[in-house]
Design a binder for this molecule. Structure first.
Ligand code: AKG
Ligand code: FE2
Length: 318
């Protein structure tokens, strides 16, 4: 039985602390599997305070001992400068090392030469839907292969979408949003996702460091996002902008509607819908109520960036 299975068996037998101790002891002894698991507990802050630097050190040691998944996750953190100095060259070397035996890393590596440049955001035609409030569609910002890549990467990570409680900032299931989704937190934000995030920032005139994690959503028939506001009253660092990349075509229903503005939009795959949720005073703009209408056939995939007024830590849900 591998280490994780042993720890899980202990937890199931009512001895979770022994399971945790088993992983910690293995990690301390330099076991790459133990180090990889402990690094994730430190990244997710699941049972202990978040410590990105400690996670990087554990991943580095596990990667040096030949664990490709550790090299891949460390590549993401290194490219991002999360928990360590940003170093694009080192990130690429780590990814190449991982790609020799890790299918996810090799798919990522294969995408890199196909990525559109950050400057290409300026070449995408932008159509103004409304000047005030600001709503626009940037056409074909993402290529078909980039859209396919995001859906493929997100699929195994999908979980029922939660809605953050405006008061507590804690996520909970809510019939308002019945889709499934996956957030690309900094350690999951691979080099392709980082490039896409930079392009979305360039297209919206915002900074990557102001955004929440890219959130990929999938709606199957009957699923929807009922009318809601992305800006939340009382949020100290407001969700000023929303940028939604549409990743596929070939579904029915699922338009994005703004009931107060009498607008119904159905952008094409690769397009980015951008709208402003709050004014300069950071107060939610009531006109920006919007919904993802129920999908009636096929699947609808989108990727959303909720962009804050100022710098935001994507690990911080508040
Ligand atoms: O699915 C849609 O069209 C809307 C999604 C949305 O409102 C959001 O991501 O905040
Ligand atoms: Fe929304």
């Amino acid at each position: 039985m591998d280490l994780f299975a042993q720890a899980t068996a202990l937890a199931r037998a009512g001895r979770p602390q022994d399971g945790v101790r088993l992983i910690e002891t293995a990690a301390e002894a330099g076991d790459p599997e133990g180090g990889f698991i402990l690094a994730h507990w430190l990244l997710y802050a699941s049972d202990r305070p978040r410590d990105l630097s400690a996670a990087c050190r554990l991943l580095e040691s596990a990667a040096d001992k030949g664990k490709p998944e550790a090299a891949r996750v460390l590549a993401h953190l290194t490219a991002n400068g999360a928990g360590c100095e940003p170093d694009a060259q080192k990130a690429l070397e780590l990814l190449k090392r991982a790609a020799a035996t890790d299918a996810i890393a090799s798919a990522q590596l294969a995408m890199l030469p196909l990525l559109r440049s950050e400057d290409s955001a300026a070449d995408s035609a932008s159509e103004q839907v409304s000047a005030d409030p600001h709503i626009e569609i940037v056409r074909a910002l993402l290529s078909p292969s980039e859209c396919a890549y995001l859906m493929e990467r997100a699929e195994p990570l999908l979980k029922p979408s939660y809605v953050d409680d405006g008061r507590t900032g804690i996520g909970r299931p809510d019939p308002i949003r019945t889709s499934h989704g996956a957030a690309f937190l900094p350690h999951e934000e691979d080099l392709v996702v980082q490039a896409i995030n930079r392009r979305i920032a360039a297209a919206t005139g915002t900074r990557t460091g102001n955004s929440e994690a890219l959130y990929v959503m999938r709606y199957t028939p009957g699923q929807q996002y009922r009318p809601h506001m992305d800006a939340l009253p009382g949020l100290k660092n407001q969700r000023e902008w929303t940028a939604i990349a549409y990743l596929n075509d070939g579904f029915e229903g699922g338009a994005t509607t703004f009931p107060k503005l009498d607008l119904s939009l159905r952008p094409d795959a690769g397009d980015l819908l951008v709208f402003r949720n709050s004014g300069g005073d950071q107060q939610p703009d009531p006109r920006m109520l919007h919904a993802g209408e129920p999908v009636t056939a096929g699947e609808k995939w989108i990727a959303t960036r909720w962009i804050r007024h100022g710098p935001h830590d994507p690990y911080d849900r508040g």
